[in-house]
Design a protein around this ligand. Structure first.
Ligand code: ADP
Length: 323
């Protein structure tokens, strides 16, 4: 193998740049030429890529987002779209591909692998829903950003005797909401995996009020049955029921944009390096991730489009701790 390409795809995650840097520099150390593809799979189809040198990835380890750009590319879901992409790669003499991204992106990588092209995935998504990695690149930073926001909201909530509904990211997976809720000491947590009963949430808030708590915080994943606005609308119809005055904050993309912390930089560096190691060893069609602190590979067929189950016993723990 002499020439590989690297791309970032799907939702961006803090630490993607550290992964790009690791892939480029470890690839160069192996004597390869490394091409950076712009805008994910769309850039593969458009042949939008250029060789990257060690200096091109200088100063990016601490930057959030992705210098290569990311995109969602419906064309890549078709066999024709993927064939076009592979034709472009082959015309350039590129013999291996590294895909940095989440669940959908790894489903795309699996589809590429099924077409016989050497591809290795790098586990990167703030959702932490990828089978094949206990924790994925970006989760720790996004979680800390959400936590800082919750801590701040608690302070102002206490000053005014308010309840806050705080919505964090997670359309299909409640990991961020669950962990931010536990770490932030939330009174209630609503996640897509468990159907939200707004009456039960109202009862928890009311009980907190009656116990003399200065505030109540409910952390809600955007994909929960009632998102923050939905829950707020429900509670408005039952005004006075909660005791507290109610406010809603949607954290949204703020959680994605931060500079990666030490954990994500190190994780991205190790997994990125692991990806080129696997390509060099001829171990293709795998996702590289971290399991039990080790960098390991899992076949992409077991990863793409599937969802790692959440440990729901933690939701029970959160309920016990809310007193
Ligand atoms: P993420 O990787 O963050 O989960 P998406 O689910 O949006 O993001 O997927 C990113 C891109 O991966 C999609 O826009 C598409 O180009 C590609 N992709 C997703 N699923 C598939 C699939 N089943 N087959 C081929 N490509 C896919």
């Amino acid at each position: 193998m002499q020439r590989i390409a690297v791309l970032t795809s799907g939702g961006d995650a803090p630490g993607m740049n550290a992964a790009i840097r690791a892939v480029v520099r470890t690839g160069i150390a192996k004597g390869w030429e490394v091409f950076g593809v712009q805008h994910g799979y769309a850039g593969l189809i458009a042949d939008d890529m250029q060789p990257m040198g060690a200096r091109d990835v200088g100063g990016i380890i601490g930057l959030g987002g992705t210098i290569l750009g990311s995109a969602r590319c419906p064309e890549f879901r078709t066999a024709e779209g993927r064939q076009q992409a592979l034709d472009k790669l082959k015309r350039r003499g590129i013999e291996g591909l590294v895909v940095i991204g989440g669940n959908g992106s790894q489903a795309g990588a699996d589809a590429v692998a099924q077409m016989g092209f050497p591809v290795v995935g790098v586990a990167s998504t703030i959702d932490n829903d990828l089978i094949g990695s206990d924790i994925t690149i970006g989760v720790d930073t996004a979680l800390n950003i959400a936590l800082e926001a919750i801590d701040r909201l608690k302070i102002t909530a206490s000053s005014h005797h308010r309840a806050f509904l705080v919505e964090v990211m997670g359309r299909g997976c409640g990991y961020l909401a669950l962990m931010a809720g536990i770490a932030g000491g939330a009174e209630a947590i609503c996640i897509p995996e468990v159907e939200t009963d707004p009456e039960a949430v109202a009862t928890i808030i009311r009980a907190a009020y009656e116990r003399g708590k200065p505030h109540a915080v409910v952390v809600i994943a955007e994909g929960a049955k009632y998102n923050a606005e939905g829950l707020a609308a429900y509670f408005t119809q039952h005004a006075g029921r909660l005791g507290f005055d109610l406010r809603t904050t949607i954290l949204g993309h703020v959680q994605r944009g931060g500079a990666p912390g030490a954990f994500d930089r190190l994780l991205a560096t190790r997994i990125g390096a692991g990806a080129t190691d696997h390509l060099a060893r001829g171990q293709y069609g795998v996702l590289v991730g971290q399991i039990k602190s080790q960098i390991v590979a899992t076949p992409l067929v077991e990863v793409g489009g599937k969802q790692k189950p959440l440990d729901l016993s933690l939701l029970e723990l959160a309920r016990i701790l809310e007193q």
